[in-house]
Design a protein around this ligand. Structure first.
Ligand code: UD1
Length: 357
């Protein structure tokens, strides 16, 4: 059986790595790895392949950055001939990035079966490109692997037959469980003391320059009480330059380059509080028991609110400041046990995918 995986952007890599590994246990399975090249910088891609011990991609479509439509279309155009040539039984796509929906559409139109890992998540916010990607990918997928019961409910509500839905747990947590023993605090942060870890990259937060400046001013203020470590996504780096943000930062708000997986994991584990707009980080902090303040009005991962450590602060600077003050004054949290977030989700997927059909 031939299974072809498609990854494109940073959050895909830690979801794909455990399934590649789990499927190696099945001698009848042959695997191909396609990287769309949506993320192409060494710091956004190569270092993740190394740390996650992923094989180099068999094919790199090298699509790079462009508008939503151009990037999605370019993946489709470049992926179609690859798929025609390789002709796998399954195409496996991950998460909610543009590469996910593009690859799923191409495969389903060629009559090749699609499996979606991390299916069913919904923010119900159609202004986010990821929400459109989720809804469309799920509609064209033959097998839908979900991390939580809310995802199953969302899919059934959208008319997807129950027998196509498999609740397997969280594959990103598989990677965390496997690699956390190797995640040591980088020596340059060893004397950071109590610190806040911040990441922001969503267009809604970083493309709105007055809002971005306000967020930065808040983090600068907070950094008087605790150092703020802020690894900066390339999109955010560009916007910070445009917003002329340097004068409103100080030495205790440290703007850092994007960090490799293990270094970032160590920072999450040791942070007093995390401030983010990422989806995956809401889950990782929940698993680790570290309080997370999400600078968004909604989340596609409600389980992190009900069973994890996540709080939505929305676009409300006084609330963010108040929550930060409260959490900085408290002892750090304890790890949470969320059903099926146990390090074995990919094995459950592999068992299902590798079945002869
Ligand atoms: C993408 C995903 C988002 C995910 C995020 C993780 C979509 C719609 N969005 O957003 O869901 O949370 O990845 O990082 O798929 N850039 C570089 N080097 C790179 C990659 C990007 O410089 O290796 C810059 C480019 O200027 C690009 C910008 O970052 O224009 C945005 O990249 P893009 O892939 O369009 O989306 P992300 O914001 O990274």
């Amino acid at each position: 059986m031939h299974i072809l995986h498609v990854v494109g952007a940073r959050p895909n890599f830690m979801k794909c790595a455990p399934l590649l590994r789990a499927l190696r246990q099945f001698s009848q399975v042959r695997q191909t790895l396609v990287h769309t090249g949506q993320h192409y910088d060494a710091a956004m891609s190569d270092v993740f392949f190394r740390q996650l011990a992923m094989p180099p991609p068999d094919v790199n479509l090298a699509v790079g950055s462009a508008s939503q439509a151009q990037q999605t279309a370019e993946v489709m155009l470049r992926f179609e001939p690859v798929l025609l040539e390789r002709n796998p039984e399954w195409v496996v796509v991950y998460g909610d990035v543009n590469s996910t929906v593009a690859a799923a559409l191409v495969a389903c139109k060629l009559g090749i079966r699609v499996a979606h890992v991390e299916a069913g998540l919904r923010s119900r916010d159609r202004t986010m490109p990821e929400e459109i990607n989720r809804v469309l990918t799920d509609q064209v997928s033959d097998l839908l692997f979900t991390p939580s019961a809310d995802a199953d409910d969302n899919l059934r509500r959208e008319g997807i037959e129950t027998q196509r839905i498999h609740r397997v747990g969280n594959v990103m947590i598989d990677t965390l469980v496997r690699l956390i023993p190797q995640a040591a605090m980088p020596s340059e942060f060893a004397n950071a003391g109590r610190f806040v870890l911040a990441t922001l990259h969503r267009p809604a937060n970083v493309d709105d320059l007055p809002w971005l400046r306000e967020m930065l001013a808040t983090l600068t203020e907070v950094s008087r009480d605790a150092q703020v470590l802020f690894p900066v996504h390339p999109r955010t780096a560009k916007r910070l330059t445009e917003a002329n943000a340097a004068p409103i930062t100080n030495g205790r708000l440290r703007l850092l380059p994007p960090l490799p997986y293990l270094e970032f994991l160590a920072l999450q584990q040791n942070a007093q509080v995390v401030v983010t707009d990422s989806g995956g980080i809401q889950e990782e902090t929940s698993y680790l028991g570290v309080p997370c303040l999400t600078v968004r009005e909604n989340t596609e991962r409600p389980i992190t609110l009900t069973e994890g450590t996540n709080t939505l602060v929305g676009r409300d600077i006084p609330r963010l400041r108040q929550e930060l003050e409260r959490l900085l004054a408290q002892p750090r949290g304890t790890p949470r046990q969320i059903p099926l977030w146990d390090g074995h989700a990919a094995e459950r997927i592999a068992q299902i995918l590798a079945q002869p059909s």
